[in-house]
Design a protein around this ligand. Structure first.
Ligand code: HEC
Length: 132
């Protein structure tokens, strides 16, 4: 049997169609105890961190199409496991301080894709003060 380019494309297309039926864990569970913090701190966290570290994820359009959706839901699931501002307890402050102080290293791809989500200089300073 010769394997033509046309049949490869057909099979690939079919596979991608079938992938769409695999159910996803792409939900925003209820907020249990949202974090209390000064306005500037909260604003920075919301814009910069909440997509992965809260139950208020703003899912992008591509998060509805497999296989990109699998990647997005995986990152959010592990982000929420590591730190979730919607079920906040104060034990994570030191770790947050560490991530903030070395911010360019955390989730570079996300901030390349969404440069607006980057913390501003004033937000960074407010967050550093708040975590101290
Ligand atoms: C694109 C998703 C994403 C964004 C945006 C994001 N994070 Fe994370 N974060 C993760 C993931 C995934 C992990 C778990 C794996 C790891 O440690 O890298 C994590 C881990 C962490 C941890 C735990 C580190 C540890 O050692 O336990 C802290 C603290 C943290 N992030 C803080 C932040 C802060 C603060 C922001 C916003 C300024 C932020 N993150 C933005 C995805 C994200």
């Amino acid at each position: 049997m010769t394997f033509s380019f046309k049949s490869f494309i057909s099979w690939a297309f079919l596979l991608i169609m079938l992938m769409q039926f695999i159910p996803l864990n792409r939900i925003n569970p209820p907020i249990v105890s949202d974090i209390h913090a000064p306005d500037l701190v909260k604003k920075g966290l919301k814009r910069s961190c909440y997509d992965c570290h809260s139950n208020e994820t703003r899912w992008p359009d591509f998060a509805y199409i497999a296989p990109a959706s699998w990647l997005a839901s995986n990152i959010v699931a592990s982000g929420r496991t590591a730190l979730n501002f919607s079920v906040w307890n104060h034990k994570k402050l030191a770790k947050i301080r560490k991530v903030i102080s070395d911010m360019p290293a955390h989730q570079q791809l996300y901030y390349l894709w969404k440069p607006d989500a980057k913390l501003t200089v004033t937000e960074t300073r407010a967050l550093q003060e708040w975590t101290n």
